[in-house]
Design a protein around this ligand. Sequence first.
Ligand code: GLN
Ligand code: ZN
Length: 783
Amino acid sequence: MTVVHNLGFPRIGHKRELKKALESFWSKEIDEKELQSRAALLRERHWRIQQTCGVDIVPVGDFSLYDHMLDMSVTLGAIPPRYGFSGDRVDMGTFFAMARGSATQPAMEMTKWFDTNYHYIVPEFHEGMDFRLASDRIFNEVREARALGLNAKPVLVGPITYLWLGKEKDPAAQAHHEIQHHHDDSACHGHGAPVSDGCFDRLTLLPKLLPVYAELLAGMAAEGVEWVQLDEPALALDLPSNWIAAFDGAYQSLSRGKAPKILLATYFESVAAHAGLLKALPVAGIHLDLRRAPQQLNAFLQGYPADKVLSLGVVDGRNVWRSDLDGALALLHPAHDQLGDRLWLAPSCSLLHSPVDLQQETELDAELKSWLAFAVQKLDEVAVLARAMDKGVDHAGPELAAARAAVASRKSSPRIHNAAVATRLEDLGQDDGQRSSPFPVRQAAQRKRFKLPLFPTTTIGSFPQTPEIRQARLKHRKGELSDADYQKAMEAEIAHVVKEQERLDIDVLVHGEPERNDMVEYFGEQLAGFAFTRHGWVQSYGSRYVKPPLIFGDVSRPTPMTVTWSKYAQSLTQRPMKGMLTGPVTILQWSFVRDDQPRERTALQIALAIRDELADLIQAGIGIIQIDEPAYREGLPLKRADWDAYLNWASRAFRISAQVAADDVQIHTHMCYSEFNDILPAIAAMDADVITIETSRSQMELLDAFATFNYPNEIGPGVYDIHSPRVPGVDEMVDLMEKAVKVVPADRLWVNPDCGLKTRKWPEVLPALEHMVEAARRIRARH
Ligand code: GLN
Ligand code: ZN
C-alpha cells in the first residue's frame, strides 16, 4: 500500500486561533500554561484532520509558536549571548525575546524562507560557539501525538540547511529586526545588515552541531519513533561545492548512532544535480518536489536503491489550485511500477504556505471554488491518488471525475479567458517597452516642465494610517458609512496631507494613500481576474498573517482605480502631485498566481492594466507617477541560472506599464531593501526616471554599488529609517546626503525617507520631515 504522509500542516488554525492566543499571551490576558494548552489543542485538531484525510504518518514539530527555524535554534542551544540565557532549557521569555525583542535587546533578524513569503528568524553563529540540547519541545510533542495513537514523524530542519540559512555575526553586535532577502547568504559580504568583521566560515561549526542532532535522533528512537524527517531544502539552491561535499560525512555520522529511519526532504526546486549523492546517502528515504521540478524524477528512478523509500510531492503545497489528478497519476505510474510499496506520497512541500481549509469559504461562488484546494483539500487529493494507484482508478472514480471537470472548466471558462486581453498581449509582440526618448532627453523635458530645485524633496507615498482612517474604511465596508461620506472622509485626509506637505515645503507631493488598505489588495480589488477569500490566511512571520489575492483569470482594468483621488489631490496644490501605483511584479509576487500560464504572461497582463491607469492619470494632468516595485528582487528564482530570464521579463513588465508616458512625464519607482548589487543592470533596465531606495540603515553604503555601476538615472537614497519612531536630526541627514554626493552627481540626487510613512504616527512624521526639508536646504546651499 502506498504510504500517505505530510511534510507540515499550517499552524495558524482555521480561525487564526494561534494569533489570538499569542496576542492574548503578550498582552498578559492569558498565562503561559493557557497559551501552551491552546497550542496543544491546535496540534491535536490538526493531527486529527490529517488523519481523517487519510494521512498515515503525521508530521510532528512542524507546529511552532513563532517560527520553526527559531525552534531549531532553541532546540540546538544557539542562543545569541546578548539574551543573557544561561539555564538548562530555554524559557518562554528568552524564546519571545529572540523572536520579538525585549526591553533591552532587539529581536533577531528575519529573512524570507527561500522564495516564499514566509519569514524565518535567522540563526546567528560565532566562532567557537557550542551547541547543546536546550529544549524538550520536540520530544513532548512526539509523546502528545503518540498518546493519541498516531504514527508520528518528527520534522527537523536538517543540519546543513540549518547552518546555511544562518549568518556569522559578532556576538557583541546589535541586530536589527529587518526583513532581508535569502540570497543575502552571508553577512560577511552583505550590505545593510549588521555585519561583523570577525568573519569565519559557519560550515566549520558542523562537527559541533552533529552530536546534538545525534542526541535528538537517539532520543526519538527511545520514544519509539520509526521515521524522522530532516528537511534539506538548501539542496535546491546553488550551494558551494564544499557545502555539498559536507552532506555525505554529516549523514554518515547521523546514521551511525541509534536513530530512527531518516527521510531527507527536499523541495522548492530540482535536486537532480545531486541525485547521485542523495541516492548514496545512508538515509532511508528521499522526498522530491515534483510540482516545481517534475523532470527530476527520472534522475532518481534510474538505479534507485532497493532499500530506500521515495516520497513524491505531486500536489502543490504552495498554491491554491486543485490538482490535475490524471496528470499526477501519469507522472506517478512509472514510479509506482518500479517501487511498489516503497513509493510514498505527500504534498510537494509543507502546507505551511497554503491557506487552511476551503470549506470555510462560504462566499466564493461554486465555480471558482471548484477550481481551488487549500491544505485540507490537498491532503484529500494525495489520499485519492494513493487509492487510485493501489486499487485502480475505479476506486477513485468520482473524485477523479470531479478533478477532471475542474481542470476542463478552468481551461475553457470565459471568466478566465478574456479574448481582448489575449489580443492585446499578441499585439504587444516583442515590443520591449522602451519610452520614446532616451533618459537624457526626458530629463531635460522634465526639468523644463517641473523646475524643481537641486536635491528635490519628496516622500514615498503613504502618510500615517490613523485609527480614524481605519475606522472609516471598516464602516464603509460594513455599509455603515455611505460611499459619499467615505469619499468625504478620505478627501479630508488627503487635504490635510497636502496642506502639511506644503507647510513643510516639500517639492513633490503625494496624496498619502489613506484609501488603501494594502498596496496590492487595493488594486486587486479593482482589477478583473482577481478574487478574494474570507479566511485564506497564510503565515508571513510570527503572528503576522497575510491573505493574498487570488489571480485566477486574465487581468484587465475595467475602470480607473486611482484617478479620482490623485486628481482631487492635485486640485489642492500648485506643486506637482505624484500619482501612486503598484507595479506588475509586486502585484504578482504578493498574490496566489494562476498555474495554467507562465508567470511572465500574468505579469504582462497586469502591466497592461497598470499602463491603462497610468495613461488615465496623465490624461488627468498628473505629471509625476511612481510605480512601486518593492517585490522586484524577491521574485528572483532560487537558481542563478534562471535569474536572467526572470529579470528580463520583470524589467520588461515594468517598462510596458510606463511606456506610454511622454518625455515630460516623470516615472518614479521605489524599492525597499538593501541588496541591489547583483541586480543593478536589471534595475537600470527598468529605466525609471527616478528610483527611491532604502539606504539610511546602511549609511548610504548601498549607493556605492549604484556609483560603481554608473547607474544613469536619478536616485533618491532614503535619508531616514521609517521603521523606527526615532526622529533623526538635520545634521545626520545632511551627513548622509554628503556621503551620497561623493558617489552620485548632485544633479541626479533626491531627498526622501527610506519608505512610506503609513506605520508611523504624525508626531514622529512631522518633525522628521521638517528636518529632512531643512537638510535639503543646507545641502543645496553647499552645492
Ligand atoms: N507607496 C508605498 C507606501 O508609501 C510603498 C510601500 C512599500 O514600498 N512597501 O507605503
Ligand atoms: Zn518601501
